[in-house]
Structure formats: C-alpha cells, structure tokens
Design a protein around this ligand. Structure first.
Ligand code: ATP
Ligand code: MG
Length: 260
C-alpha cells in the first residue's frame, strides 16, 4: 500500500525540501519505491536533485496538472525523472505559479493533484510532496491528496509560534476534503545541540503540541554539510555519509517506516 506524505509548513526555510530529499532517498535505500513530487514553483527540490535549470524542463507538475484540468490523460511517464540514487521525481518550475492562479477558476480546484496522484499510487510505496512556503491552493491540493503531513519546524522560538495557522488549515482540509488526513508529526530541524536554547524549544514544542500531534523523536541537527547538499544534487548520504545529519535522516527514515 502506498503512503502519500506532504511536507508542509508555510514558513520559509525550515528544511522542507532538505527533508523531502533525504527522507525520500532514505526510504528508497531501504528498498521502497519512492516518488518525490516538487510542489514549489521555485523548483528547489528539482534543483536539489541536480536539475539545475528547472525552467528549461518541458514536462513538469504544471504540465501534468494542466492536462488533468483539461481532462486529458496526464503524460506521467514522460514527466518522471529517474534519479541515480533510486528515487523518481516529478519536477516543478515557475510555470507552476501560473497554474496555481489558473486553478482558481477550475471546478474541483482543490483536488486536481489528488486526481493525478490516485493514478500514480499503485506504482509506489511512498509518494512525498515537497510543498511551497504558503497555504495557497497548491498546498491545499497537497493536503487534499495526502495520507499524512510531516511538519518540519526550525528549532527557534517564532517558527514554533506560527504553527497554529497551519494546524487550523490541516483541520479544515481534514473536515472538508480529506477525512483520512493525519499529521505524521512535527520534525524539529536545524537543532543546535550546543545551546540549551535548542533544548528549551524542543521542550516547548513537545509541551505545546504533543497531546494533539506527534513530535518525532529524531532531531535534525544544524549542520553545514546539510546546508551544502542543495548545491550538490545529491543526498546527505552520498555527500557526507558519516556525518551527524546523515545519521539523523537515517533515524528519521526508520521512524517514518515504523509509523506504517
Ligand atoms: P522554502 O520554504 O524556501 O521551500 P524549505 O523549508 O524547503 O525552504 P530548505 O530549503 O530545506 O527549507 O532549507 C532552507 C535552508 O537551510 C537551505 O539553505 C538549506 O540548505 C539549509 N538547511 C536545511 N537543513 C539544514 C540543517 N539541518 N542544518 C543547516 N542548514 C540546513
Ligand atoms: Mg523548499
């Protein structure tokens, strides 16, 4: 059975894309068939996997979604890129932002991505969607088609405070569009283990949310190596296999697999 996980937080720069890459490749290295979907017009996931000029790609998530909107058969196999580290990718580029605007006038606009994903589900064990930093129509689409949502949160005071709006949106999608949607958990990222402050933040998150939402035991450490991989086009496992960030993402992979 395939599980669709959307990685979501409207706050920018919290580690969504880095988590999509390294969780996705982590799951693939454990023998799972994994598809990564870039849901951000910035194309950061696409770039992080080594496709440096996403705007030159012809087949992307935007072209697939326009085919769905026009009730044509989406050209999925022409769009999927096979990455050398064993994951598949549906890339994105700036055209996705025009598409998001066009969605507004479409009937069933919140479930266009769901129509697409339902066709692809049978071929994968995990589909991971990297969301853009907003709660706009594309993110709603990503929530409407997911089984669960993973929320990366940068271990700092203000981002933790901003979670209420996201949780409210998830609840709304759950009630109106997707009853099966669950919160996979909050993942603390960029944790600076040298400071007590990081421990305070972790405790704050657990105290504030753990009665309603799971918080992953795994903490993703602040790591220069992790920051460097987006320019490398590879995962942390290939770039710095013995480092603490690789080890944390391996542990996260195991935790996600235990959730079933
Ligand atoms: P956006 O909201 O713009 O899509 P994002 O939530 O996807 O951002 P990332 O792009 O994954 O966040 O990470 C933001 C920045 O922080 C990037 O420059 C990335 O390389 C860096 N970064 C990610 N994880 C870590 C980490 N564990 N330690 C240090 N830097 C990190
Ligand atoms: Mg991103």
């Amino acid at each position: 059975m395939c599980k669709v996980i959307s990685i979501c937080n409207q706050k920018g720069g919290v580690g969504k894309t880095t988590t999509a890459v390294n969780l996705g490749i982590g799951l693939a290295s454990e023998g799972n068939k994994v598809l990564l979907i870039d849901g951000d017009p910035q194309g950061s996931l696409t770039i992080s996997l080594g496709y440096r000029e996403p705007d030159r790609l012809y087949h992307t998530l935007a072209s697939l979604l326009s085919e769905v909107m026009e009730e044509q058969k989406p050209s999925v196999s022409q769009t999927i890129i096979h990455h050398e580290e064993g994951v598949d990718l549906i890339p994105a580029n700036i055209e996705l932002s025009a598409l998001e605007i066009n969605l507004v006038n479409v009937m069933s606009r919140e479930v266009m991505l769901r129509s697409l994903v339902e066709n692809i589900r049978p071929y994968y064990d995990y589909i991971i969607i990297d969301c853009m930093p907003s709660l706009g129509m594309l993110t709603i689409n990503a929530l409407a088609c997911a089984d669960s949502v993973l929320i990366p949160v940068q271990a700092a005071y203000l981002p933790v405070k901003g979670l209420e709006q996201l949780i409210k949106t998830i609840g709304r999608v759950q009630r109106r569009l997707n009853k099966k949607l669950r919160i996979e958990g909050i993942l603390l990222t960029m944790v600076d283990a040298r400071t007590n402050y990081a421990k305070d933040i972790s405790k704050l998150v657990v105290d504030t949310y753990s009665d309603q939402i799971g918080v992953f035991e795994t903490l993703i450490p602040l790591s220069v190596r992790a920051a460097e991989i987006s320019a490398e086009g590879s995962s942390i496992y290939q770039y710095d296999p013995k480092g603490k960030a690789a080890s944390a993402y391996r542990t996260l992979t195991e935790e996600v697999m235990r959730h079933a």
